[in-house]
Each structure stands twice: as structure tokens, then as C-alpha cells.
Design a protein around this ligand. Structure first.
Ligand SMILES: Cc1cc2nc3c(=O)[nH]c(=O)nc-3n(C[C@H](O)[C@H](O)[C@H](O)COP(=O)(O)OP(=O)(O)OC[C@H]3O[C@@H](n4cnc5c(N)ncnc54)[C@H](O)[C@@H]3O)c2cc1C
Length: 468
């Protein structure tokens, strides 16, 4: 299927994937495996957000903070108290080492000779042509996977005061004495707790009424209680007004309940979200429709131009890696199987994990969505504080909540706050994958004593109420 003509710097491919991160690589691999001649265009640095500035570096540094927090609890477990003094520079060295290894592997994958890799920025010239450096490329299908960047938020004075984002704070080697975190989403909370645990005074200023405000209120409130107990200062429902700075540090001014308050700190982490990387692609020349800063896509990942797909963070649907990968695979399948029914993403099993301690894991339907969409459900919760294994581990914060269909007990969703929630959720994903019921969760053998057993208790109360 290869039809390249290098003359006059013009090449043609079956499928061109723009962006070689998690979504783009998954798309390229899938299209190649379907027999297409695939080019990947990436302006670099190669590796993608997940490896370079997202999932992996954050999880690497969180591990250091988790160990520091446990060491500080030595006495509680009958051990001599330990002083866990953090060395941020050494933590960053360890993170950099791991990231380098992960990135090298991804770069090898991108440089595989079964792809043509162009290391350059891609800019559309027309719906079927892009420029990459001094070469014009055309293709039957394009898959946009250019990811996202921290959003620019117009808070008066913030730019002048200076601030970190998750992209830049991961390289900070001198620990600030205090940090004001703007935002109460996953990135804000993971990084906020990290700095608090290594000894920085952390204040979280959140616009929503609860932390993780897109999740059910009980999830945000439970995590908030745990973080407060650890010493983080948290203000919710805080509208950001302005930022001032002087030689002593930075001050963030907010209004809450009609009252103006100020919070001073040495540094600011702006974690108010990310925005898709679309401006430089010249999607106007490709005829791709954008509404409110977002590329319009359908369930098959197609944009308003049927041969151009958008996957991963660039479409701003679900900025989560496993979903970015699925989207890439679906787009690539559709781009290489013309005339067959399109594949579409099934959002039923969408899950999200927040790697705070306690962790948060949510899956499928939540109460807020069920109520908004008038979907009937029954629910049952069980606290980790009543669970034997959690008590043995000294990890008693949080709960497990299951939502089930009232007619047959099919599990519709789950919310967990607690130890290893990000691991425990996978049993429920498997149950939901097979359309399993609360009765199934109750009957599946669970080893004792394990954290995993906890899901059987809310399942049992749902079964009792259903009378099945
Ligand atoms: C701090 C943080 C922690 C996170 N933790 C998690 C987590 O624990 N679990 C999870 O599931 N998700 C997590 N995420 C989200 C996850 O990292 C992203 O959803 C995912 O990496 C997005 O992948 P992508 O392929 O869409 O984009 P990217 O990986 O960003 O890839 C985009 C690629 O496009 C290239 N590019 C951009 N513009 C152009 C252009 N014009 N021409 C050519 N190339 C271009 C870039 O160089 C880049 O390589 C986290 C995110 C952050 C910020």
C-alpha cells in the first residue's frame, strides 16, 4: 500500500497520525496492523504527556511522599520513630531516571521502521494536505492526537507574580516552604498532597463546592476530610479574584460567601485544567469544525470532516490514558475499514483514578448523573473504617459505594475512596464489563482478609433490598 514519491518533497500515506503520545501511538499501531502505510508526525519532545509530564512522573514522586508519610507513622505500628527528611532534588533525580527509561522505549516504538516518522510540527494546508517542515504530506485519513497543555487562566496579577503548572513543577528541585494550589481536581490534589507530605505548607483553593467537583459530593468530602487531617488547608467555593506579589512571596485573593480573603505563599501551582493543542494545526484550512474551543467529534471519533479523526486530550472528552488509547484504536480501525460499520467508544465503563492517599476511583454511573438523567438506581455504601483488613493496615479512611439497577441489581457504577482504590476498582470494571449484578459481586469468592472483600458488603445490602 506504500505510495511514496520523495520528488519535490511531497509524500503520500494512507493514514497520517499527528502526535505520537498515548493516543497517537495506539492509532498508528492499529492502522499499521490493519495493513495501512502509516506516518506519524510529532514535533517533539518525543514520549507524550503520560510519560514525560503526566501519569508516570507524578506517580514516581508520589511514591516518595507515600513512603515519607508511612515512616512518620512508625510509632503507631510499634516501631521507633523515624525522621523522614525529603530531598526534593533526589526525588526528581529518581523520577527523571524512570521517565528517561519509559521515554526511550516509546521513542523506539515510534522509530519502528514499519512507520514513517516525521519529527516536525504539522500544519494543515487543505483538508487532505499538511506541511511538515519543507515537505507536503497528503493522506486518505488523518488522526489528530496533538494532546493538551495547561490552560491559561485570566486571573489578574497571576502572570506577573509567576506560577508553576504541572508541566513545570515536576522539575522543581528547591522545595518551597509554602505552596498555594489553584484548583481541586486530580492534578491539583496529587501534587498538593505530594508537597504537603515532603514538608511544604499547602493551601488548596477550589472553585467548586467540593474537591473533585465532577464526582459525587461524598467522594470529594471524604477526600477533603482525609487531606485536612494531614494538615492541608482547603478552601472550597472560592472564587479567585487576583494575585499580588512582593519580596516576601505571593498572595492569592479570593471571595467566599461574599467575604474577601487572602492566602499567602512562596509559590503558586496553577492546576485549573488543560486545553487542547489545536491552534497551530490550522484546522480552519482543513475545514474541521470547532465549537467553544473544542473539536466537534462523533462517537466514531470523526470530526466534521469524515476523513479526519481526533483522539486523546485534543478532543477534550476524557483526558485519561486508557481512554485515549481506546479512542486511538477506534479511530484507526474506522480509518482503515471503509464500508464496514464504524466502531464507537462505549462510555459505560469509563473510570477515573486519583492517586491521592486515600485514592479515589470512580466507574460508570454516579449519583449526580443518574439523578440528572432520571435513571433509577439503588445504592449501598460501606466504610473502610469497618473493614478488618483496612484496620490491620491502619488505612481506615473512605468508603465503597455501589450503584445498581433496581430491577435486577446490575452494577451501574461504583465510587471508592480508600486504600488501593485504583486497584480495587478493576474487579468492578470486570463485573460491569460482563453486565454482572450485585449478586455476582457477593457470590464471587474473595480471599480473606483482603481489601478486595470490601466490595461484597455493599453488594450484599443491595441484594437484601432487592430480595433476589
Ligand atoms: C500531571 C498529570 C498527571 C496525569 N496522570 C494521569 C494518570 O495517572 N492516569 C491517566 O489515565 N491520565 C493521567 N493524565 C492524563 C494523561 O497524561 C493524558 O490524558 C494523556 O497522556 C494524553 O495523551 P495524548 O496522546 O492525547 O496526548 P500527548 O501524550 O500529549 O501527545 C501529544 C503529542 O502531540 C505532539 N504535538 C502537539 N502538537 C503538534 C503539532 N502541531 N504537530 C506535531 N506534533 C504535535 C506532542 O509533541 C506530543 O508528543 C495526567 C495528566 C497530567 C497533566
Amino acid at each position: 500500500m506504500k505510495s511514496q514519491s520523495r520528488a519535490s518533497n511531497r509524500n503520500t500515506h494512507d493514514v497520517i497520525v499527528i502526535g505520537g503520545g498515548s493516543a497517537g501511538y495506539a492509532a498508528a499501531r492499529t492502522a499499521r496492523d490493519a495493513g495501512a502505510d502509516v506516518a506519524i508526525v510529532d514535533q517533539g519532545p518525543l514520549g507524550g504527556l503520560c510519560i514525560l509530564r503526566g501519569c508516570m512522573p507524578t506517580k514516581a514522586i508520589l511514591r516518595s511522599a507515600e513512603i515519607a508519610a508511612l515512616l512518620r507513622r512508625a510509632k503507631e505500628f510499634g516501631l521507633s520513630p523515624v525522621s523522614a527528611q525529603a530531598d526534593l532534588s533526589a526525588i526528581v533525580d529518581r523520577k527523571d531516571r524512570l521517565v528517561r527509561e519509559f521515554a526511550e522505549y516509546r521513542i523506539e516504538q515510534l522509530q519502528d521502521p514499519t512507520f514513517t516518522l516525521y519529527q516536525s510540527q504539522a500544519v494543515f494546508l487543505s483538508p487532505h494536505e499538511i506541511t511538515v517542515g519543507d515537505t507536503i504530506l497528503s493522506a486518505g485519513s488523518f488522526i489528530l492526537a496533538t494532546g493538551s497543555r495547561p490552560c491559561e487562566f485570566p486571573i489578574p496579577g497571576l502572570d506577573r507574580a509567576g506560577y508553576f503548572t504541572s508541566d513545570t513543577i515536576l522539575d522543581l528541585r528547591t522545595q518551597p516552604s509554602s505552596l498555594i494550589v489553584l484548583g481541586g481536581g486530580a492534578v491539583a490534589l496529587e501534587l498538593g498532597q505530594f508537597f504537603a507530605r515532603i514538608g511544604t505548607k499547602v493551601t488548596i483553593l477550589q472553585r467548586g463546592c467540593t474537591l473533585l467537583s465532577e464526582m459525587d459530593d461524598d467522594v470529594g468530602r471524604s477526600l477533603e476530610a482525609a487531606l485536612r487531617a494531614e494538615g492541608l488547608e482547603i478552601l472550597t467555593d472560592a472564587q479567585l479574584l487576583r494575585v499580588t506579589h512582593d519580596s516576601r512571596g505571593k498572595t492569592v485573593w479570593v471571595v467566599q460567601d461574599g467575604r474577601e480573603r487572602s492566602y499567602a505563599g512562596e509559590e503558586i501551582l496553577q492546576a485549573l485544567g488543560r486545553q487542547p493543542n489545536i491552534e497551530e494545526l490550522r484546522l480552519d484550512l482543513a475545514g474541521v469544525e470547532i465549537v467553544g474551543g473544542r473539536i466537534v467529534i462523533d462517537g466514531a471519533m470523526r470530526t466534521s470532516q469524515a476523513h479526519i479523526y481526533a483522539v486523546g486530550d485534543v478532543n477534550d472528552v476524557t483526558p485519561i490514558v486508557n481512554l485515549a488509547i481506546q479512542q486511538g484504536e477506534i479511530a484507526a480501525y474506522n480509518a482503515t475499514h471503509h464500508g464496514r460499520p464504524s466502531k464507537e467508544l462505549d462510555h459505560r465503563l469509563d473510570a477515573e483514578v486519583v492517586f491521592t492517599d486515600p485514592q479515589v476511583a470512580v466507574l460508570g454511573m454516579n449519583e449526580a448523573r443518574a439523578k440528572a438523567d432520571k435513571i433509577p438506581y439503588i445504592k449501598a455504601s460501606y466504610p473502610f473504617a469497618d473493614h478488618g483488613k483496612a484496620l490491620c493496615l491502619g488505612e481506615s479512611q473512605g468508603f465503597v459505594k455501589l450503584l445498581a439497577a433496581p430491577q435486577n441489581g446490575e452494577i451501574l457504577g461504583a465510587q471508592l475512596v480508600g486504600p488501593e482504590a485504583g486497584e480495587l476498582i478493576h474487579e468492578l470494571i470486570a463485573v460491569m464489563y460482563y453486565h454482572g449484578t450485585a449478586a455476582d459481586v457477593m457470590r464471587i469468592p474473595h480471599y480473606h482478609p483482603t481489601l478486595a472483600e470490601i466490595v461484597t458488603y455493599p453488594a450484599e445490602s443491595i441484594v437484601e433490598r432487592l430480595g433476589v
